[in-house]
Design a binder for this molecule. Structure first.
Ligand code: UFG
Length: 335
């Protein structure tokens, strides 16, 4: 059985679908701080059975102990983290408590239970504002804000932890820009706050559920002046997390690879304007939009070097812009 922290969040909930399809049972833990309970109904519709869910906080050591005692947990996917850049700047202690202390509490509970297989859902935010066109995992880590710093700190802690005991096996997956939704339309991005990804904002603006899309900046050093990202379908990420968990459950790691860091992206840079054009092409709707100044703290360009994930995980993205746009639109209820 797999414990999914942040179980009702965007990445963990879609991974729960991939696990169910692979026949791997899981228990979802989430404090519902940033995702709605209705995610559970979406999961039930897709998988045909109500997910095993525990409402609680990853910082609650006694709760974690009770979960490890009650369920035969073999590995953990740790996806419980706060991720709004602005909120992290305003409340750094909250972010470090939730993201860093939460991870330490989880690791200590895992050690008490003798469970030493962990997949950490990290993010491309650790690279800051890179100068490289294509980012290998060895690129410098230059976190620009507390949220990004918390991700770097967690990766470093995991590195120390993995070195401390021969049974530890940890994979940190640096997810690039997750977009799209489950193709059924029953599951998608549903944060409580305003931290929506660009494609969700685009779909909501097109559906008239919010004002026109503001395109933040037209003077970046990119081909059309708008920000470039490596967008990846959330179901591709879910499959990557599944493969990572399956790999950790297999043979022991060589001593030099107890903690491996892998980028999960498509390796293709797409600008805001290119995504807008793709959305219009694949949905048949015009996206109302306007130009706006750059958003503070935004990087010009993030694109993954994806060769390590292919080599070490046998994973590569399969879904393209058409699926991302159509599934995001279906989730918005207009397809
Ligand atoms: N953008 C707009 N208008 C909007 C929203 C976004 O023009 O209304 C632009 C941004 O300026 C950026 C691109 O669209 O160029 C993508 O923005 P997102 O907000 O979708 O995502 P970010 O690249 O800012 O990064 C987010 C999180 C990071 C995380 C990363 C990858 O903020 O912490 O996704 O997971 F690392």
């Amino acid at each position: 059985m797999i414990l999914l922290t942040g179980g009702t969040g965007f990445i963990s909930s879609h991974t729960a679908v991939a696990l169910a399809e692979a026949g791997l049972p899981c228990v979802l833990l989430d404090n519902l701080a940033n995702s709605p309970e209705s995610t559970l109904q979406g999961l039930a519709r897709i998988t045909g059975q109500a997910p095993l869910f525990v409402q609680g906080d990853v910082r609650d050591a006694a709760l974690l102990d009770s979960l490890f005692a009650r369920y035969p947990i073999q590995a953990v996917l740790h996806g419980a983290s706060l991720k709004a850049v602005g909120e992290g700047l305003a409340q750094p202690a909250l972010y470090h408590d939730n993201n860093v202390s939460g991870t330490v509490t989880l690791i200590r509970a895992m050690e008490r239970a003798g469970v030493r297989r962990l997949v950490f859902s990290s993010s491309s935010t650790v690279y800051g504002n890179p100068t490289l066109q294509c980012l290998p995992e060895s690129a410098p880590l230059v976190p620009l804000n507390p949220e990004a710093r918390s991700k770097v700190m967690v990766e470093q802690i995991l590195h120390d932890v993995a070195a401390s005991h021969p049974d530890w096996r940890v994979l940190s997956l640096r997810c690039f820009n997750p977009v799209g939704a489950h193709p059924s339309g029953a599951l998608g991005e549903a944060p409580r706050g305003q931290t929506l990804n660009l494609l969700t904002v685009m779909a909501q603006a097109t559906a008239g559920q919010r004002p026109p899309l503001s395109i933040f900046g037209n003077d970046y050093p990119t081909p059309d002046g708008t920000g470039v990202r490596d967008y990846i379908h959330v179901m591709d990420l879910a499959r990557g997390h599944l493969l990572a968990l399956q790999q950790l459950l297999q043979a022991a790691a060589p001593p030099d690879a107890r903690h491996r860091v892998l980028n999960l992206g498509r390796g293709q840079g797409i600008s805001v304007l290119q995504l807008l054009q793709a959305f219009e092409q694949h949905t048949g709707y015009r996206v109302p939009h306007q130009w706006a100044p750059r958003r503070e703290g935004d990087a010009a360009c993030w694109v993954a070097d994806v060769s390590a994930a292919r080599q070490h995980l046998g994973w590569q993205a399969e879904l393209g812009l058409a699926e991302m746009c159509r599934d995001a639109w279906r989730w918005q209820g207009r397809a």
